[in-house]
Design a protein around this ligand. Structure first.
Ligand SMILES: Cc1cc2nc3c(=O)[nH]c(=O)nc-3n(C[C@H](O)[C@H](O)[C@H](O)COP(=O)(O)O)c2cc1C
Length: 401
């Protein structure tokens, strides 16, 4: 049995990925910012949810298909954008794209990916979405939108939660900054992962940021393209006007990623954004952010029942996905969970991550007494059940008086 086959849950895939990667690389995936309060906030929000099952409901025919933007996907989750995935495993983004097509879930390719959207679209077709970071040179965003149209993509997302870089202390301590400043202990530790080191150097070192290569000088190295990306993003001068320009140029479905404030949710939907990704960037931006799960009911109330809401940050279990749907999400994205899979085992690793989450969703649906996603809702949450019982009991008391 391969290591991937033996993985029972997402944490097992994480352990395999950690063993494979030098610490400097694993820390880049795993790390949050500053005191990493955000990472704990995200995990604790899911751990605090309590679901109350219903008995004796025939759940022998369960299914987890989810419809989003006129498309029905095989599961209610897709793959979140994770930049530089090709550094963790060469061609990781191509594996993510291939798996997304094969397993019929969406893959939102990162604006900082190593593979290009053209490569991704060839593999994933309509299952490929693309994520854009606003750049200082507005012509770059405009061209990325044009390329997405030329690729025949249906959906793009603009990420709004990186106005400035974040204070990722693990990366600074490890010397994972631009230009790379690896310390001696970091280099020695990397030697304990010879397979990754050999692959990395055999493939030519730092992989190219595929989507950004066209904006660099001809013949630019991967390092030079990464420098260009770092000069262009983040761009703190971005405003709603920039989103408006993308909305005007993009005829397909537009998602805004990183919305946390209900007022921003209202502004975005008011200007024609088709759906929101409620996200705190997996605890990688502002450390003191609440969890998206805690914001979700407020955002749902702010935008009403019809605006598609996606959620990410902290999802490691099928039960987390079910909980997010009960709290008002239509769909969920996984960042690290699927990236652990890609890092641990390439295509097989992504397949495994998706299979684990699917199986867990299926079991939780059965245990709750829900045959499909439409059967889910706040009525499975302990808080709702308690409030409803208190309401009934106080009604009964009043009638007795
Ligand atoms: C290694 C890594 C790279 C990321 N790169 C991007 C990116 O390029 N663009 C983006 O919008 N979000 C990026 N994110 C954030 C994810 O899209 C997503 O919001 C987050 O990972 C969700 O949290 P989770 O990892 O706990 O599932 C990145 C996350 C990780 C872990």
């Amino acid at each position: 049995m391969s290591r991937i086959d033996s993985a029972i849950n997402i944490d097992d895939l994480k352990r395999i990925a950690r063993r494979r990667l030098p610490k400097i690389m694993f820390d880049f995936i795993e790390g949050g910012v500053e005191d990493e309060v955000g990472l704990r906030t995200n995990a604790e929000a899911f751990r605090a949810v309590r679901l109350v099952p219903r008995a004796y409901r025939d759940t022998s025919r369960r299914e987890q298909r989810a419809t989003l933007f006129d498309r029905t996907f095989a599961s209610p989750f897709g793959i979140a954008p994770t930049g530089m995935a090709g550094a963790f495993r060469r061609d990781a983004e191509l594996y993510l794209a291939q798996a997304a097509a094969e397993l019929d879930i969406p893959y939102l390719m990162s604006g900082a990916s190593n593979a290009s959207m053209e490569q991704g679209a060839k593999l994933a077709g309509k299952n490929l979405w693309y994520q854009i970071y606003g750049a200082r040179d507005r012509a770059v965003a405009a061209d990325l939108v044009k390329r997405a149209i030329d690729c025949g993509l249906t959906t793009i997302a603009v990420t709004c939660d990186v106005p400035v870089s974040s204070n990722r202390e693990r990366n600074r301590r490890n010397g994972f900054v631009r230009p790379l400043r690896m310390t001696l202990p970091t280099i020695l530790e990397a030697m304990l992962h010879p397979a990754w080191v050999m692959n990395y150097y055999r493939a030519g070192g730092l992989p190219m940021l595929g989507n950004w290569q066209p904006y660099a000088a001809q013949g630019a190295t991967a390092d030079q393209v990464a420098d260009l990306f770092a000069q262009q993003t983040p761009d703190p001068s971005q405003t709603w006007r920039d989103l408006e320009a993308i909305r005007a140029a993009w005829p397909g479905k537009l998602l805004l990623k990183g919305v946390m404030h209900p007022e921003d949710a209202r502004i975005a939907t008011g200007m024609g954004v088709d759906g929101l990704i409620v996200s705190n960037h997996g605890g990688r931006q502002l450390d003191m952010m609440p969890s998206p799960l805690d914001m979700l009911p407020m955002i749902r109330a702010a935008v009403g029942p019809d605006v598609p809401l996606l959620l990410d940050s902290g999802v490691r279990r099928g039960a987390d996905i079910v909980a997010a749907i009960c709290l008002g999400a239509d769909f969920v994205l996984t960042g690290r969970a699927t990236l652990y899979g890609a890092t641990a085992g390439g295509l097989d690793g992504v397949r495994k991550a998706v299979a684990i989450l699917r199986r867990e969703i299926d079991l939780v649906l059965g245990q709750l007494g829900a045959v499909n996603l439409a059967a889910l809702g706040p009525h499975f949450l302990l808080d709702t059940v308690r409030a409803e019982e208190e309401r009934r009991n106080s009604g009964a008391m009043a009638a007795r008086r």
